[in-house]
Design a protein around this ligand. Structure first.
Ligand code: FES
Ligand code: FES
Length: 140
């Protein structure tokens, strides 16, 4: 049988075997790209999502030039958002990520990078699709 896994195995696994590293085609109208930097340390994260017509994230890739915690946060968030609707993906807080990965307070900004990156990717996607959407204007 499977031995009881130590508490941190999942976390260490995200550091050692990051999921969904890579790139998606930026010119694809269904792809949104988020590129964010952490002023505290200069680390950079790029997160890309591919969204279907129903607003669901069907693919996700990241490239992170940063510390182990930033890489683990990226890897974790890619698994977390795959299959999610973009509205639900927007609700993910960096504190959820930090809690899941047991990041110490000094590493909180690394998980913030992941929250910022998914928000930035969704906003890029929405900007690209903006022309397709009929906006309702209130107060006119
Ligand atoms: Fe670096 Fe956990 S060991 S954040
Ligand atoms: Fe800056 Fe981790 S130390 S992102």
């Amino acid at each position: 049988g499977i031995a009881r896994r130590p508490y941190h195995e999942k976390v260490i696994d995200h550091y050692e075997n990051p999921r969904n590293m890579g790139t998606l085609d930026k010119s694809d109208p269904a792809v949104g790209t988020g590129l964010v930097g952490a002023p505290a340390c200069g680390d950079v994260m790029r997160l890309q999502i591919k969204v279907d017509d129903g607003g669901n994230i069907v693919d996700v890739k990241f490239k992170t030039f940063g510390c182990g915690s930033a890489i683990a946060s990226s890897s974790y968030i890619t698994e977390r958002v795959r299959g999610l609707n973009i509205d639900d993906a927007l609700k993910i807080k960096n504190t959820d990520i930090a809690k899941e990965l047991c990041l110490p307070p000094v590493k909180l900004h690394c998980s913030m990078l992941a929250e910022d990156a998914i928000k930035s990717a969704i906003s890029d996607y929405r900007k690209k699709r903006g022309g397709d959407v009929i906006h309702s204007v209130s107060g006119a």
